[in-house]
Design a protein around this ligand. Structure first.
Ligand SMILES: Cc1ncc(COP(=O)(O)O)c(C=O)c1O
Length: 433
C-alpha cells in the first residue's frame, strides 16, 4: 500500500482552513438571512459531546439499543422544557430539521392522493409544503390559499371559500417569508366545519412565539406546530414538533417521527436544543421584543431611503422579517450579490406577485433581524445598517471601501447575547492542536 498520509493530511487541513476562513468571513459580515442564527456557548458545547456518536431509537425508557441511560434523562428534560416554553401537552424533540418535522406530520395525517391546503411559494410558502417538496414526496395534491398583497397575508374570505369548496384533509400554515401572524382565529369555524387537521409550520417564528411576541397558534386553532430550531429560536440545526391535540393523533405524530421518517435523532443536537429552550425561558421574551423592534425600525429606515418595503400598511412587519421589492434597483439577484461583496449577507426572494419561474432572479430580497439582535444590535445600530445599505445600493459607493466600513462596524459586536455565559461570536474553536 502506498502511504499517502501527507497528501490526505493536506486535504484535511485544507477543509479545516475553509472552516476557519468561513468563520472569519462571518465575523466580518453582517448576517441578515432570516432563517439562520448562532448558538449560545453552552449549547454549542453540546455538539462536541459523545451524545453525537450514539443511537437512541424509539422513545425514552423504551429504546432498542443499550447505552441510553443519560440520553433518556436528557430527552425527558428537553420535552419538559419544550412543554413549559410552548405551554403544550406534547413535544417531540427528535426531528432532525424543520423539513423532517414536516415530513413526520404529513406521514402521520395523510395518505398518498389526499388533498392538503398550503401557502403558495410566492406567498412565502416553504418548498417542503410545495408539490415538488415533502408534500409532493408524500404524493399529496395541494390547493394554495389566495394571498392579499396589501396585507402581506393570506386572504381570509378567499381562504374560507377555498376550504369549503375543497375540504382538504390538512390545513397547513406558516411561511418562509412570514411578516404577519396567520389569521387562524378568523378561520376556526371553517376548520371545524370541514374537520381538517390544522398544522402550523412555525420554523421561522418559533422563537417569537415562545417569547410571546407573535401569535399563539395552539390557542388560536392549530393542533400541531412544526419547526426548525435554529432561526428565531437560536438553537442547533434541528427540528421539533409541538402538539395540543388528542392522544391518538399525537401517537400518530410520534410514529411519523420514528420509524416513519428517521432512525437516529442526533442526540448532541437535541442536548443543544434543551439548553436553548432553557435559555429562551429566561431570555426569550426580551430577545423576541428586540428582534421585532429592530425589524420594524429597519423597515422604516429603508423606506425613508426610498426602498420599497412591503407591508407598509401594517408597519412593514410584526416578525423578524422584511420583504423588499428591489426591482427598481436591479432586482433581487443583483442586490443580494452586491451587498454580499460589501459583507452584508441576505437572500433574493420571490415576492407575492412574482411568477415562480423568476426564482433565480426575483423582484425581492428578504431580510431577518434575529442574528444581528443576537449579537447585540440595538436601534442606533439598525439605523447605521440602513445607512450602509443605502450607501451600497442607492448611492453605489465603492464596494471595497464599504466592505471595510462594514467589517469595522461589525467588529464592535463582540458577545453573543440572551444566553448563559460569554462567547465571542464566530470564534473558531480549535481542538485539533
Ligand atoms: C417555513 C419553513 N418550514 C420549514 C423549513 C425547513 O427547515 P429546515 O431547513 O430545518 O429543514 C424552513 C426553512 O427555512 C422554513 O422556512
Amino acid at each position: 500500500m502506498v502511504n499517502r498520509e501527507d497528501e490526505f493530511l493536506e486535504d484535511a487541513l485544507y477543509i479545516r482552513q475553509l472552516a476557519q476562513k468561513h468563520n472569519k468571513f462571518f465575523e466580518e459580515s453582517i448576517p441578515l438571512i432570516a432563517s439562520e442564527n448562532i448558538m449560545s456557548p453552552m449549547a454549542m458545547e453540546m455538539l462536541l459531546t459523545d451524545f453525537g456518536f450514539r443511537y437512541a431509537e424509539g422513545l425514552p425508557h423504551k429504546r432498542y439499543y443499550q447505552g441510553n441511560y443519560y440520553v433518556d434523562q436528557l430527552e425527558d428534560r428537553v420535552m419538559d422544557l419544550g412543554r413549559e416554553l410552548f405551554k403544550s401537552k406534547y413535544v417531540d424533540p427528535r426531528p432532525l430539521s424543520g423539513t423532517n418535522s414536516n415530513m413526520a406530520v404529513l406521514y402521520a395525517f395523510t395518505k398518498p392522493g389526499d388533498l392538503i391546503a398550503t401557502p403558495s411559494l410566492s406567498g412565502g410558502g416553504h418548498i417542503s409544503s410545495a408539490s415538488f417538496g415533502a408534500v409532493g414526496f408524500r404524493g399529496l395534491k395541494t390547493v394554495n390559499y389566495p394571498f392579499d398583497i396589501d396585507e402581506m397575508n393570506i386572504d381570509v374570505d378567499g381562504t374560507i371559500k377555498l376550504l369549503k369548496q375543497n375540504k382538504p384533509k390538512v390545513c397547513w400554515f406558516g411561511q418562509s417569508v412570514f411578516l404577519f401572524p396567520t389569521p387562524l382565529k378568523e378561520l376556526n369555524d371553517v376548520f371545524n366545519e370541514i374537520g381538517a387537521t390544522v398544522v402550523y409550520d412555525g420554523a421561522h417564528v418559533l422563537g417569537l412565539i415562545a417569547g410571546k411576541q407573535f401569535q399563539d397558534p395552539l390557542r388560536e386553532g392549530a393542533e400541531i406546530i412544526t419547526g426548525s430550531t435554529h432561526k428565531t429560536l437560536p438553537g442547533p440545526q434541528h427540528g421539533i414538533i409541538i402538539g395540543e391535540t388528542s392522544e391518538d393523533k399525537w401517537k400518530k405524530v410520534q410514529r411519523g417521527v420514528f420509524p416513519g421518517t428517521l432512525s437516529n435523532h442526533h442526540i448532541n443536537a437535541m442536548a443543544a436544543l434543551g439548553i436553548t429552550l432553557a435559555e429562551h425561558l429566561q431570555f426569550g421574551e426580551d430577545y423576541a421584543k428586540q428582534i421585532i423592534k429592530n425589524a420594524q425600525l429597519l423597515g422604516e429606515e429603508l423606506n425613508k431611503y426610498g426602498f420599497k418595503v412591503l407591508g407598509e400598511k401594517n408597519g412593514f412587519t410584526k416578525s423578524h422579517t422584511l420583504a423588499v421589492d428591489v426591482s427598481a434597483q436591479g432586482g433581487g439577484k443583483y442586490v443580494a450579490e452586491t451587498l454580499e461583496k460589501a459583507g452584508i449577507i441576505l437572500n433574493k426572494n420571490l415576492l407575492p406577485y412574482d411568477d415562480n419561474k423568476k426564482s433565480q432572479n426575483p423582484s425581492g430580497i428578504r431580510i431577518g433581524t434575529q442574528e444581528i439582535t443576537r449579537i447585540g444590535f440595538k436601534e442606533d445600530d439598525v439605523k447605521h445598517l440602513a445607512e450602509l445599505i443605502n450607501d451600497i445600493i442607492m448611492k453605489n459607493k465603492n464596494i471595497e471601501k464599504m466592505k471595510s466600513e462594514v467589517a469595522e462596524f461589525k467588529s464592535k459586536f463582540t458577545e453573543i447575547q440572551y444566553c448563559f455565559g460569554k462567547f465571542r461570536p464566530y470564534q473558531y474553536i480549535n481542538i485539533y492542536k
